[in-house]
Write a protein that binds this ligand. Structure first.
Ligand SMILES: Cc1ncc(COP(=O)(O)O)c(C=O)c1O
Length: 489
């Protein structure tokens, strides 16, 4: 061996180790970094009740001007950039003032779990890699299975959100019904116009773009009418088509209503269709005693999507899919590879990688387990009940203010629009102006939608930080916006 070459090699390696040492900060630097970040987040949280729900982006400012360079910069400067360019503009989803779309969460205890997950970097994709992390994730999924009333033996996976949960369920339904090739164009999928658009995305990605869709007209409460569903299925069968999937929603995004799940499951059983329930938004309201009845029959379906980053107030990045038929789930997702041979332990614990599209993945179980264990379920139930009652309060108050309202909120979304004294053909325009005025104000963030072709405003209550004072602020803002828009007319 060439000794000179080896010495040179070792010296070079040591120098590179020294030069890249900043990748692994020492205890005092770690303390400093964390101290600054905690100071930042404490400031952020101390202001959150007063922070606007929405700030429009200032297009004259550009984060891209601050390019990544060869040398590092100090954290204080980077936190200042983060504050100006990331924290401030747009919706403030950590604030209770987020009352648009489906509000987010951001539990602090979950962030602490993420910190632990990132520092320990446990490998949650494969049981062999981290039996504890995988068991913790299964424990969380089993808890979901239990609260949803699914039978023991069902399985599931923590996903990045509702869209991937839906994609997983659609893929499994496809394979369970052996739909492929020429069979796709004869396959029929049933849903209403109220289904979340992630279903359409999932269908296309799953190679079912050429399948037939039956977009069932909703009833007056924006729910799936059972008689029409059954008629469609029976007719399609007579035509020689292959009805295979019904997608219902337990908490629609627009109006927060729950489809008649039990009736849909009965029809699916009768005609042997896969019933998937999108409970991404509404599912956790099953924890509230007084709202349980809406979810009757959910345990009879074949798969469920439910989002802990919605109804369990976790930070973005945690959804879940639950599937009754383990073999079907494995059939769609299980693969082996020669470089994974050490990981095949033959143990009975399934690896997330075998039941999902992902291999390496974020250790999502910890961000869910830590808050549930630290805080206990009772506070979650109470917070969800509070959100429901706040929606009811908003519904009553906005009606008193002269707004037309959609139905009484089943879960926590209220539909409303202003029509008094407005010519019918100008109602949509008036309400569009009203929501724009609210966005300009930004004290809280509200959003709008169209239902059966008409513009409606929405108030969606789901943030754990939304309380009575937030709803009063929203009502005050709406009342001022109303005067402003009336003044423009
Ligand atoms: C009913 C419903 N399903 C699915 C989704 C999609 O979930 P995600 O945004 O987590 O992908 C949403 C999002 O708001 C939703 O409201």
């Amino acid at each position: 061996m060439n000794i000179g070459f080896m010495d040179e090699l070792v010296n070079k390696i040591k120098k590179l180790q020294g030069d890249s040492q900043s990748l692994d900060p020492d205890a005092s630097t770690r303390g400093q970094l964390l101290g600054e970040v905690v100071k930042y987040t404490d400031r952020f949280l101390s202001e959150i009740d007063e922070s606007p729900g929405y700030i429009a982006e200032d297009f004259s400012k550009n984060l891209e001007n601050y390019k990544v360079g060869e040398k590092g910069e100090n954290l204080e400067k980077l936190l200042a950039l983060f504050e100006e360019y990331v924290e401030k503009p747009g919706i403030n989803p950590a604030s209770g003032g987020h009352l648009g779309y489906i509000p987010g969460g951001g539990l602090y205890t979950s962030a602490v779990g993420d910190f632990l997950a990132a520092v320990t970097n446990k490998y949650a994709g494969v049981y062999f890699g981290s039996p504890g992390a995988v068991r913790m994730e299964h424990m969380m999924v089993d808890w979901l299975i239990e609260i949803l009333g699914f039978p023991k033996g069902a399985v599931g996976n923590l996903t990045s959100g509702g869209s991937i949960a839906t994609l997983t369920a659609v893929t499994v339904a496809r394979d369970a019904h052996s739909i492929s090739g020429a069979g796709v164009s004869k396959a029929v999928i049933y849903h209403t116009s109220q289904v979340h658009h992630c279903l359409h995305k999932a269908i296309r990605i799953a190679g079912l773009g050429d399948a037939i869709h039956r977009n069932i007209q909703t009833d007056s409460e924006y729910k799936m009418p059972l008689d029409q569903l059954e008629e469609f299925i029976a007719e399609d069968r007579k035509k020689g088509l292959n009805p295979f999937l019904v997608v219902s929603t337990a908490g629609t995004t627009d109006s927060g209503v729950v489809d008649p799940l039990a009736g849909i499951s009965d029809i699916c059983k009768k005609y042997q269709l896969w019933h998937h329930v999108d409970a991404a938004y509404g599912g956790f309201f099953i924890l509230v005693e007084g709202l349980k009845d809406y979810f009757k029959g959910i345990a009879e379906c074949d798969s469920i999507a439910i989002d802990p980053h919605k109804g369990l107030f976790l930070p973005y990045g945690t959804g879940a899919v639950i599937i009754k038929d383990v073999d079907a789930l494995l059939k769609s997702h299980h693969y082996q590879a020669n470089y994974m041979r050490d990981a095949y332990t033959g143990k009975s614990v399934l690896s997330p990688a075998d039941i999902s599209p992902e291999l390496t993945r974020h250790f999502r179980g910890l961000r869910m387990w830590l808050p549930l264990k630290l805080i206990g379920l009772d506070s979650f139930r109470k917070a969800l009940e509070e959100k429901h009652l706040l929606a009811l309060y908003f519904y009553e108050k906005i009606g008193e203010m002269g707004f037309e309202t959609g139905g009484k909120p089943e879960l926590s979304i209220v539909l409303y629009r202003y029509t008094q004294g407005i010519e019918p053909h100008r109602i949509d325009e008036f309400n569009t102006e009203l929501i724009k005025a609210c966005h300009r104000d930004g004290r809280v963030f509200l959003s709008s939608t169209t239902l059966k072709g008409r513009v409606w405003l929405r108030c969606a209550v789901l943030s754990f930080r939304t309380h009575l004072s937030t709803i009063d602020k929203a009502l005050e803002m709406l009342s001022e916006a109303l005067e402003e828009v009336k003044g423009l007319k």
